[in-house]
Design a protein around this ligand. Structure first.
Ligand code: ATP
Ligand code: MG
Ligand code: MG
Length: 554
């Protein structure tokens, strides 16, 4: 195996093992909130947590952080599970923060009894006004010194649904003068009369993230709780909540932060992605232009390429922005090895080989993948009338035009050398047919002298009578701006690229007749394409995944 230096989280783990932490107590989790589909940023966190699990042979839980019923749905739970599996990882246990609601409630009672939590009955504006500023301490509110009895009674009433939303909250009683604003009596519970996708109408109060997260980690005995940098200031609070309940015989979780993945030319917050879906800027969460895992999958990105990408960017301690082209690089590397080569013409013009017999069909041998010997060969039909790309022909060739023109020769991939003779035009002057002759002795791979002749270029083509019509969806960036959500005065929606999707009719070789949704191909000279999930037995649909870096040369 390749020697790789440890990233900083691995180094932390190695250090704790060296200091006596039992290796078999290592345990990790990936904790998505089911309020949207996973995106490529989540893939980074998935690869990190599950990667540690594999490296240290430790369990990794999939924990749904479902403490806000206003935004969470079963559809998202299902999609998240599918995406994690597709990325190639297996979780140890599927768990839900909502499974801990009773325990969290009991611990909240314990805190009230210890005088460390109280019910505040002010408006959120009043509470905000007392919070102070980073340089100025906050002030105690009028309910801070309620009796334990009164707090217990009110909290129970909150739980039972006796009070309207917003009328009371439970707050931790910590320090209104703390230099860390998050420690100034943070909320633990709010009243929400909402149906929860798992607990139904059992609860009228729901715990806040900061309270629920660390305690859930503790309940699952997670040793290393990894999150992104914006939680650095939350760590003190994470530790404070654990201090209240921690049993020294158990593993005490610790929070570690790494830099979130940021990509240019896209947005990644689920809230913004949801807006794109709701405003119908895209056709759903798995639209191939979305940075979601399901969108990337549908577009034709492979799980291996996403894992490779996450591995390549590493685990950083400082925020940075990764260029999307690195992901495409990883993708091309993977598809170059895996994707069968086929011929497809996306902007067709008719070509007639005037000295080729009218009814003849030859089935030529075509190599499926020169990068993979096991891939073998297939047959492609060749006949008198073919489609080639419009842009592969110019009547008069400028200098360095390595394609077809009148009087010049090119090779047809896997076939013969042809020579441009004349054109037939439509009344508007556009080209209707290109007439060529072929060198009967020049068949590719035949070994003849003529087959070895060097010509200006090689073109892909399909035989008209055998070609299958296909819808081909071509994509461009969804946003025209490198950082669409970084503008103070403008919404990211103002930077949506109006021509991010172009649908064309193409013609593909008949070997693609039975192409199955999700299969990857290289359309020679054009790029990588994959069969869309909308394809049916009678209608082929392809998504362009990514272009080729270099056109092939023969
Ligand atoms: P968003 O802001 O996109 O809604 P989130 O952090 O609220 O993301 P969660 O479902 O809470 O979404 O995230 C689950 C895990 O994935 C968390 O541990 C979070 O830190 C991590 N994560 C989310 N976005 C990124 C990112 N861009 N890079 C790395 N990790 C991320
Ligand atoms: Mg979150
Ligand atoms: Mg979020």
């Amino acid at each position: 195996a390749e020697e790789k230096s440890l990233h900083f989280i691995e180094q932390i783990i190695e250090d704790s093992i060296a200091n006596g932490f039992p290796k078999e107590q290592l345990r990790f989790r990936f904790p998505p909130e089911p309020n949207g589909y996973l995106h490529i940023g989540h893939a980074k966190s998935i690869c990190l947590n599950f990667g540690l699990g594999l490296k240290y042979n430790a369990p990794v839980n999939l924990r749904f952080d479902d403490t806000n019923p206003a935004k969470e749905e079963q559809e998202y739970v299902d999609a998240i599970k599918e995406d994690v599996k597709w990325l190639g990882f297996n979780w140890s246990e599927e768990l839900y923060s909502s499974d801990y609601f009773q325990q969290l409630y009991d611990w909240a009672i314990l805190l009230i009894k210890k005088g460390k939590a109280y019910v505040d009955s002010q408006t959120s504006e009043e509470m905000a006004a007392q919070k102070g500023t980073p340089t100025q301490p906050g002030v105690d509110g009028p309910y801070r010194n309620r009796t334990i009895e009164e707090n217990l009674q009110l909290f129970e009433g909150m739980k039972n649904g006796d009070f309207p939303e917003g009328s009371h909250v439970l707050r931790a009683k910590i320090d209104m003068a703390s230099t860390n604003m998050l420690m100034r009596d943070p909320l633990m519970y709010r009243i929400l009369h909402r149906h929860h996708h798992r607990t139904g109408n059992d609860w009228n109060i729901y715990p806040m993230y900061d309270y629920a997260h660390g305690e859930s980690d503790y309940l699952e005995q997670i040793s290393h709780s990894i999150c992104t940098l914006e939680f650095v200031m939350h760590r003190e609070l994470y530790d404070w909540f654990l201090d209240q309940i921690y049993d020294t015989n158990k593993v005490r979780p610790h929070q570690y932060e790494f830099a979130r993945l940021n990509l240019n030319y896209t947005v990644m917050s689920k809230r913004k992605l949801l807006q794109l879906v709701q405003d119908k800027v895209v056709n759903g969460w798995d639209d191939p232009r979305m940075p979601t895992i399901s969108g990337l999958r549908r577009r034709g990105y492979t799980a291996a390429s996403i894992r490779k990408f996450c591995d390549t960017i590493g685990v950083a301690k400082r925020e940075n922005i990764i260029d999307i082209s690195l992901l495409d690089f990883c993708l091309r590397e993977d598809l170059n090895k895996k994707a069968p080569r086929v011929m497809a013409v996306l902007d067709a013009v008719k070509l007639v080989i005037t000295n080729y017999p009218e009814d003849k069909v030859e089935w030529l041998d075509a190599e499926n993948n020169q990068e993979d010997e096991a891939a073998g060969f297939r047959k492609v039909p060749f006949s008198r009338e073919l489609y080639i790309e419009k842009e592969d022909f110019l009547e008069v060739a400028p200098a360095k035009f390595f394609r077809l023109s009148i009087g010049n020769e090119v090779r047809l991939k896997n076939g013969y050398i042809i020579k441009g003779e004349s054109v037939v035009k439509n009344s508007d002057g556009s080209i209707k047919e290109i007439h060529v002759t072929y060198d009967t002795d020049s068949l590719s791979g035949s070994g003849s002298e003529a087959s070895k002749r060097k010509v200006a270029g090689t073109l892909h083509w399909v035989a008209i009578n055998h070609a299958i019509e296909a819808e081909v969806r071509l994509y461009d960036r969804l946003f025209t701006d490198e950082a669409p959500d970084s503008h103070k005065e403008k919404s990211f929606l103002e930077f949506v690229n109006p021509s991010s999707l172009q649908i064309v009719t193409g013609y593909v070789e008949p070997s693609l007749q039975e192409a199955v949704s999700g299969t990857h191909y290289q359309f020679q000279r054009l790029g990588y394409f994959s069969v869309d999930k909308d394809a049916t037995a009678t209608k082929l649909i392809f998504n362009k995944t990514v272009g080729l870096k270099d056109a092939w040369e023969e």
